[in-house]
Design a protein around this ligand. Structure first.
Ligand code: HEC
Length: 306
């Protein structure tokens, strides 16, 4: 209880001093950590985090029929100023680069989830290894190939936050994808969680940090249209749950959940512990969700599956 009150006081104090990018529940964050976490939420779904009327063009229909953005119809433009239609990416960078920032070589690429909208390269691609912060800011601002010109909808500070998040992962200042999961062509959704997580420590962390909102059994909030509990979501999409836990959920009351005072190794361990714990189908069940749970021997959780 003391802990919770302390967190509340800290978040109130932060909320007073830093308006835009500090979220409830954020712990021990410096301004730089909040900036990077904000960038992570923009990477996930920028139009949930900024003041905008942008609603992406519906990918199911041939015409541009969204709202907002430079063309007023829910599209963004390419570097030449022509609209890029929404082919399902909905202009989210997590879709264009993939959660693991590797473009087509990564989890959304042709070998794994085969998303048709994935860009060929991302910030973690070896081909882009030498690209500087200034170059990435330039690219995101003006667009490049099928990468939209975000400068039409985001300001300089927001683009900097986005780039600083992506480069923090690339430069291993945040947990690195390979330390959280391995890509696997034999696994649904193309991943298997990395070994080394301690489910007992993860249950404890879950109860301290998440249960208040998501419930003791992680079934209080059911995502999408009632399809999945948090436990199921972690078993289906552990790679995404790790990053959302790290930076917070765009447009919600949920801020970053991992103390920024921890080293990257400790942060990675916390995430793995948590994911290992959430692989327990009895402790974090399906509840009233409509999707089926993962079956016995599903490879995604590896040996953590209970
Ligand atoms: C302050 C309350 C709060 C706390 C604490 C909290 N969450 Fe959340 N969380 C939410 C809310 C609200 C949402 C948004 C629900 C929605 O979109 O319907 C959310 C969404 C999420 C999502 C996104 C699911 C999706 O739609 O993709 C994940 C993953 C998640 N939480 C994990 C966690 C984990 C893990 C913890 C603990 C480490 C945690 N949350 C702590 C309130 C909280």
């Amino acid at each position: 209880m003391k802990h919770i009150i302390l967190i509340l006081i800290l978040s109130l104090a932060q909320a007073a001093s830093e308006p835009a990018n500090v979220k409830a529940g954020e712990i021990g964050a410096t301004a730089q950590n909040s900036h990077i976490a904000y960038g992570g939420r923009l990477f996930d779904m920028w139009y949930e985090e900024v003041e905008t009327d942008f609603e992406p063009d519906n990918p199911e229909t041939p015409l541009a029929d969204g709202s907002g953005g430079p063309n007023g119809d829910g599209t963004l433009n390419n570097a030449a100023g022509s609209p890029i239609l929404n082919s399902g990416h909905s202009y989210r960078l997590k879709n264009l680069f993939g959660w693991d920032l590797r473009g087509d070589a990564g989890i959304y690429g042709h070998n794994y989830q085969a998303k048709e909208f994935i860009l060929s390269l991302g910030p973690l691609s070896p081909q882009y290894a030498g690209m500087t912060r200034a170059q990435w800011i330039q690219r995101l601002t003006t667009g490049e190939g099928n990468l939209p010109a975000y400068g039409d909808v985001l300001n300089q500070a927001q683009i900097e936050a986005l780039v600083d998040y992506m480069l923090a992962i690339r430069d291993r200042k945040l947990p690195y994808p390979d330390d959280l999961y391995a890509l696997s062509v034999d696994s649904p959704k193309g991943f298997v969680l990395a070994p080394g997580g301690d489910a007992t420590a993860g249950h404890k962390f879950y109860q301290e940090q998440c249960a208040e909102c998501h419930g003791e059994d992680a079934a209080n909030i059911i995502f999408d249209n009632g399809e999945q509990t948090l436990g199921m979501h972690a078993r289906y999409y552990g790679y995404a749950i790790a990053m959302i836990t790290l930076v917070g959920e765009p447009g919600s009351d949920m801020g970053p959940q991992i103390s920024a005072n921890l080293s990257v190794t400790e942060q990675t361990k916390k995430l793995l512990d948590l994911l290992a714990a959430l692989c327990d189908r009895t402790r974090y069940p399906r509840g009233n969700a409509t999707d089926p749970d993962v079956p016995d021997n599903d490879p995604r959780c590896g040996t953590y599956l209970r």
